[in-house]
Design a protein around this ligand. Structure first.
Ligand code: HEM
Length: 409
């Protein structure tokens, strides 16, 4: 009997969703490249194997939504197939789903917008937004971190990046909330997702039209410039506007919630941060990203038969690479299961690696640093104010359903 036979093959099992570290950590120890029969996909959990895959983009395609031959998981109810197809058309045309050479051309259009230098310029805006949110929150003595801080902050920043008028912010926030159903497991997930997708396309269409011949510097203008130069179709401009809302929202939200939760569970690390919030915020944010990453895993399709970790992956098969497991690989990280905000170096894989490396990484870091710094400056101690922490049934995201906390000072 293979050693993995003692482990469940249900990746949505409550214990796997609640604690992916034990489950995927065990897989990494036994078989870092493992075939999951139930979902017809490879699970890659070892650090070296994962980096190898990401550096060999010619062998592993990102066009998963368009090309996956295996059935989606969780299964789609036949009545929802038209909705599923609409979602697939929207997602399959996004830059993150493209392979070279198309991906190279498309990424080149937006690359300049996202350079670390350009993103660092957002710090004063981020800092002001964090302080403004906390000014409202602090007198209350309790909050749901998710709904009051972690969700509104990234939407505020993305709205500014898109050049969305102030009065439309609530509308954008509602669409951003609907987009959170991407890659989740609830049976009813397709309807709110489709409504959000239609909403963003309808909303963005006139904004693109307005900016197509302009020389604006907001994100939609940059995408529209790509259309003028023949790199993007209009559909691609619209779906990549949606990508910004998707890629920059839930991820950052999770960084803030999971990071704060790690601090609550490790009060000695919170004290370390409080002793020097400005000085420690950078390293602390990296450790939050490593220890409980916002994105647990993402996916590829095998483009050519390939041997890895003693197994043969066949062309067309799906892969899920689990950064939540690789980030705790003891061959790379000492005391890998410990939360240590002074950890250095910290080569975590939470933003991926290779040609699809997260475009928003610097911005996400700035947001995390500004939030953890401001919280440590303002609050002496947080404690959990609700029942046990529950997570969304997602293989991709590590998202709490809520994070109620209270504080004493
Ligand atoms: C803590 C926050 C974030 C995390 C953990 C994260 C994680 C990731 C990961 C793992 C990928 C690679 C996906 C792949 O290889 O298939 C990625 C790609 C991407 N991210 Fe992020 N992300 C975060 C924040 C952001 C933000 C704030 C933005 C933009 C405002 C953003 C925009 C993007 C885009 C556009 C891509 C696609 C890049 C490409 O395919 O070339 N992300 N992100």
């Amino acid at each position: 009997m293979p050693a993995t036979a003692t482990l469940t093959d249900d990746l949505f099992a409550p214990e796997v969703i609640a604690d992916p570290y034990t489950y995927f950590g065990r897989l990494r120890e036994i078989e870092p490249v493992h075939w999951n029969e139930r979902f017809s996909l490879w699970l890659v959990t070892g650090y070296d194997e994962l980096v190898w895959i990401l550096r060999h983009n010619e062998l592993f395609s990102s066009a998963v939504i368009r090309d996956a031959a295996a059935p989606p998981y969780p299964p789609v109810d036949p009545a929802d197939v038209p909705l599923f197809d609409e979602i697939r058309d929207f997602r399959a045309d996004q830059l993150v789903e493209k392979d070279r050479p198309e991906h190279f051309d498309q990424r080149s259009v937006v690359h300049g917008y996202f350079t670390p230098k350009a993103m660092e310029k957002w710090r004063p805006f981020v800092r002001a937004a964090v302080e403004e949110l906390l000014d409202d929150i602090q007198p209350k003595r309790a909050m749901d971190v998710l709904t009051e801080l972690a969700a509104p902050l990234p939407v505020r920043i993305i709205a500014e990046m898109m050049g969305v008028p102030y009065e439309d912010r609530d509308r954008l926030r509602a669409m951003a909330d609907g987009i959170l159903y991407i890659n989740r497991g609830e049976p009813y997930r397709f309807r709110p997702l489709v409504e959000a997708i239609r909403g963003i396309v309808d909303y963005a269409a006139p904004l693109v039209e307005e900016r197509i011949d302009g020389d604006g510097s907001d994100f939609i203008s940059v995408l529209a410039g790509g259309e003028t130069r023949g790199v993007f179709t209009r559909h691609q401009v619209l779906v990549n506007t949606g990508l910004l809302l998707f890629a920059g929202h839930e991820t950052t939200m999770n960084l803030i919630c999971n990071g704060l939760l790690s601090f609550i569970r490790h009060p000695e690390q919170w004290e370390r941060l409080r002793a020097d919030p400005e000085g420690m915020a950078r390293l602390a944010t990296e450790e939050c990203l490593r220890y409980d990453p916002p994105v647990k895993s993402t996916q590829r399709i095998v483009a050519e038969d390939v041997d890895l970790g003693g197994r043969t992956m066949w062309k067309g098969q799906r892969i899920r690479w689990i950064m939540a497991a690789a980030n705790r690989d003891p061959t790379v990280f000492s005391r890998a299961n410990e939360f240590d905000i002074g950890r250095q170096p910290n080569p975590h894989l939470s933003f991926g690696s290779g040609i699809h490396y997260c475009l928003g990484a610097t911005l996400a870091r700035v947001e995390g640093q500004e939030v953890f710094r401001a919280l440590a400056e303002r609050f002496e101690r947080f404690e959990l104010a609700g029942g046990p922490i529950e997570y969304q049934p997602s293989l991709q995201f590590r998202s709490v359903k809520s994070l109620p906390v209270r504080w004493t000072a």
